[in-house]
Design a protein around this ligand. Structure first.
Ligand code: NAD
Length: 467
């Protein structure tokens, strides 16, 4: 007779107990969406998604409304903005309120899912926009709650459940939002755990999420390392990566307005948005006027080359921005190099040569280099180089329609803002819907519900056509 090793029995029993406990937790209807480990979170989201399949489109639309209402409650808008600034040490409260509001109000819901149909002698065929199931969404520290609101609306509208992997430095505020959304959704009759995460977000947990067999689609909003990682996962992935948006100003632009727009865009949430102006290319004949007008609108110009280099030593480390300075107030950054900023300073500008690290590195802080170019052609050439081929965002101020068209064709960015602040490109003061996941590398562009869905064909042969 063969004997069984007691250690093997113990480990098998322990594994079964863990599995049962995890499935019980997963099916707990009062779940708040926060799980001890990634497997439990994914299993719970999958169970929620299976129940969600029985909900109607009207139900989905109602749940999307619930997410909007939760996010837009004035006390929640205020809390999320304050908590995110406090926890991440980045950005400013007023602009984070505007960003969260835009995500809640302007992210498309179920109306984004349009059915295509063919009818004729052979019957009726439809292409319907159908869910993936469980989506794994990785969110950045720069827009922590904005991305959760935006992704949750689009992903649930398309019929999915979502497991979030928030940035570890934005855990508390992300947890608060996921808990609050779950509670409101359950109160409105949605399955529990449509939106989940883990108690301790980490790289290991993100990797476990990416590898989990029940996760059918990965959506990555963050820097180049993250996008590379999801694209190497072997799964369908949407990659929304880094930008370094140039703003080109030519001699035909309305310079007063261009200056105001650039200061507004580049100082928005202390330059955290991936879409924000990161360098200016100004045609020589208008460069001085542009800087003069920018200073009138709250920019502080650093002129002393020694001060500019001190600032570069402080905030740039090789090819990266120094994290502790990302998203800080302009006055705090100036203070660190011994400059007392005048009241109302919201942006630091400095004229530098094109090969300066301020131009090359995605700083994500209110420090904006200005490069003088001899003419429009040189400006376009350098803007394309500065954008690093990210195909993310570019801004141009000009009243020359041909020049605007030529620049758009050459730079090939997902967003091209003409004669406005960069944030007009995500629906804040510009026409069009809002997103906080701009998928340049994988081509979905400004993502919305239909980006998080599969196209499925249903064919009915020989009937239901009335032509
Ligand atoms: P980040 O890349 O450091 O982190 C983003 C998320 O990815 C976090 O949750 C982090 O924990 C995770 N992560 C990072 N490296 C990873 C890896 N190798 N494998 C798995 N997970 C990983 O970025 P951040 O500082 O939080 O955000 C700023 C960056 O994100 C900027 O480059 C900005 O341009 C970009 N961004 C892009 C968009 C867009 O829509 N394209 C939106 C917001 C931010």
């Amino acid at each position: 007779m063969t004997t069984i090793n007691p250690d093997t029995v113990r480990s098998v029993v322990a594994a079964v107990v863990r599995e049962v406990a995890s499935r019980e937790r997963a099916s707990t209807p009062s779940g708040d969406g926060i799980f001890a480990d990634m497997d439990s979170a994914v299993v719970a989201a999958d169970a929620a998604w299976r129940r969600y399949l029985d909900c109607s489109m009207k139900d989905r639309a109602r749940f999307v409304r619930v997410i909007r209402e939760v996010a837009l409650a004035p006390e929640h808008l205020e809390y999320m903005a304050r908590a995110a600034v406090e926890e991440t040490g980045m950005g400013n409260v007023a602009d984070k309120i505007a960003k969260n509001r835009a995500a809640a109000e302007l992210t498309p819901g179920t109306e984004d899912l349009v059915t295509e149909a063919w009818s004729g002698d052979d019957g009726l065929t439809t292409i319907e926009i159908s869910p993936y199931g469980v989506i794994g969404a990785i969110t950045p520290t720069t827009n922590p709650t904005e991305t959760i609101i935006n992704n949750a609306i689009g992903m649930l509208a398309a019929g999915n459940a979502v497991v979030f992997s928030p940035h570890p430095r934005a855990t508390r505020v992300s947890h608060w939002l996921i808990r609050t959304l779950n509670a409101a959704l359950v109160a409105a009759g949605a399955p529990a755990n449509l939106i989940v995460t883990v108690a301790e977000p980490s790289l290991e947990n993100t990797n476990a999420m990416m590898a989990h067999k029940l996760v059918r689609l990965l959506v990555a909003t963050g820097g180049p390392g993250l996008v590379k990682s999801v694209l190497s996962s072997g799964k369908k992935a949407i990659g929304a990566g880094a930008g370094n948006p140039p703003a080109l100003v030519d001699a035909t632009a309305n310079i007063e307005k261009a200056a105001r727009d650039i200061v507004d865009g580049a100082s928005f949430d202390n330059n955290l948005p991936c879409t924000a102006e990161k360098e200016v290319l100004a045609v020589s004949s208008i460069a001085d006027l542009l800087k003069f007008e920018m200073v009138k609108n709250g920019a502080y110009e650093l002129r002393d080359p020694a001060q500019i280099e001190r600032l570069a030593d402080l905030v740039v480390d090789g090819r990266h921005a120094v994290t502790s300075w990302v998203g800080k107030d302009a006055s705090v950054i100036l203070q660190a190099i011994g400059v007392e900023a005048p009241a109302g300073t919201r942006l630091i500008i400095a004229e530098v040569p094109f090969d300066h690290p301020f131009v090359r590195v995605e700083l994500m802080m209110p420090v904006l280099p200005i490069v003088r170019v001899k003419d429009l052609e040189e400006g376009m050439d350098l803007a394309v180089i500065a954008e690093h081929g990210n195909r993310h965002t570019a801004i141009m101020h000009s009243s020359d329609v041909n020049a605007l068209t030529r620049m758009a064709k050459r730079i090939q960015t997902t967003i091209f803002v003409k004669n406005g602040p960069s944030y007009a490109g995500i629906g804040i003061g510009g026409e069009g819907y809002c997103t906080f996941t701009i998928a340049g590398p994988t081509g979905e562009g400004l993502t919305s519900a239909r980006s998080f869905a599969r196209r499925r064909r249903c064919v009915l042969v020989g009937g239901l056509n009335v032509r």
